[in-house]
Design a protein around this ligand. Structure first.
Ligand SMILES: [Zn+2]
Length: 336
């Protein structure tokens, strides 16, 4: 009779079940891991590394950064490799409810996965010596949804973190989307290309300062200007107050030929912002004069863009206030 159940019915039956067995932390909350973490994250809050500062802030000693929560129950690379190998050898690990949900969705064609969001709630700060255990429950599974990435189901797991006394220290809701590749909705840029009369948002404004305003003024007059030290003649870009060679603050500008080569580039696909056209090629262009600048390159796509490609500057007036150099392949006829 199970064949008569819809996929939604089968999925719904898993809601409320434990996703899998609980996981215990490998190490108690400890100072070395905290120190490495805050250095890697660039977090300079002293309560994570300095006991006196932590006490001054009302704690009994240093505390762990709340966002380290998951780090305390990670099982490590070796354990992951061992369990992957066991599964490959046919060990019966596919019985965990979360694995069964994944298998059901994959059979139905929802083969891609993306983590969509994560909410954490902290009951108290974690302190040295806390040893965590996490248990996980399948909190909800959505019906079929159309998303930008594709048709899919959202699966939310609720995780409870408890200390060595069994007391709840934090909860986390972690949501993924399991979707069918290639079934996404049209990208915003494609919508904008139709006869939609909605006004297009303006391109983001550059941060204009007294050092760089000449560059944007020049662009409005369709001139590509490079800052030049008027003492020693060294060119520099991006603009800055003084010469790195002779330290002079005196400068003027040189109008660049506009000829250059692509020194490096990226092609931006996502997220698509309505003010830009896609594919959006962002290149670091090395000008014939020797300085480099970041600019868009039109008329090429990922497959045709190449490091070393000869390019030439044109200008695009995006609106009444903003004009910018936009490069194009040098062998292409100029359109401006
Ligand atoms: Zn100089």
């Amino acid at each position: 009779m199970s064949g008569a159940l819809s996929l939604d019915d089968k999925l719904r039956a898993f809601v409320g079940q434990a996703s899998g067995p609980p996981t215990k932390g490998r190490h108690p909350v400890n100072e070395p891991m905290i120190t490495h973490w805050v250095e890697a994250m660039g977090d300079h809050n002293p309560v994570y590394v300095d006991a006196e500062a932590a006490e001054a802030a009302g704690f009994k000693g240093i505390i762990a950064p709340p966002t380290m929560l998951q780090a305390w129950i990670m099982r490590g690379l070796r354990a992951s490799l061992v369990s992957d190998a066991a599964r490959d050898a046919g060990a019966a690990t596919a019985d965990a409810p979360s694995d069964q949900v994944m298998a059901l969705l994959e059979e139905a064609g929802f083969t891609s996965v993306v983590a969509t969001n994560c909410d954490q709630h902290y009951e108290r700060p974690l302190v040295l010596g806390d040893l965590l255990e996490v248990s996980s429950v399948i909190d909800s599974i959505s019906g079929e949804k159309q998303t930008g990435l594709g048709i899919g189901h959202f699966i939310t797991n609720r995780l409870e973190y408890r200390d060595q006394r069994g007391e709840l220290v934090a909860t986390m809701r972690f949501r993924i989307l399991k979707f069918k590749p290639g079934t996404g909705t049209a990208a915003p840029a494609a919508v904008a290309a139709t006869e939609d009369p909605a006004p297009r948002p303006l391109r983001p404004r550059p941060a204009i300062t007294q050092d760089n305003s000449f560059f944007f003024e020049g662009a409005r007059q369709h001139k590509l200007l490079i800052q030049r030290c008027s003492n020693c003649g060294t060119l520099r870009h991006p603009p800055r107050p003084s010469c790195a060679v002779c330290r002079s603050f005196a400068w003027d500008t040189l109008e660049a030929s506009g000829k250059g080569t692509i020194f490096s580039f990226v092609v931006n696909h996502y997220p698509q912002v309505p003010a830009f056209d896609y594919p959006l090629v962002v290149a670091l262009v090395e000008l014939q004069e020797g300085t480099r600048l970041v600019a868009n390159v039109s008329g090429i796509i990922r497959e045709t863009a190449a490091i070393g490609m000869a390019v030439e500057a044109g200008f695009e007036d995006f609106d009444d206030e903003l004009s910018l150099p936009v490069f194009h392949p040098a062998d292409e006829t100029r359109t401006d």
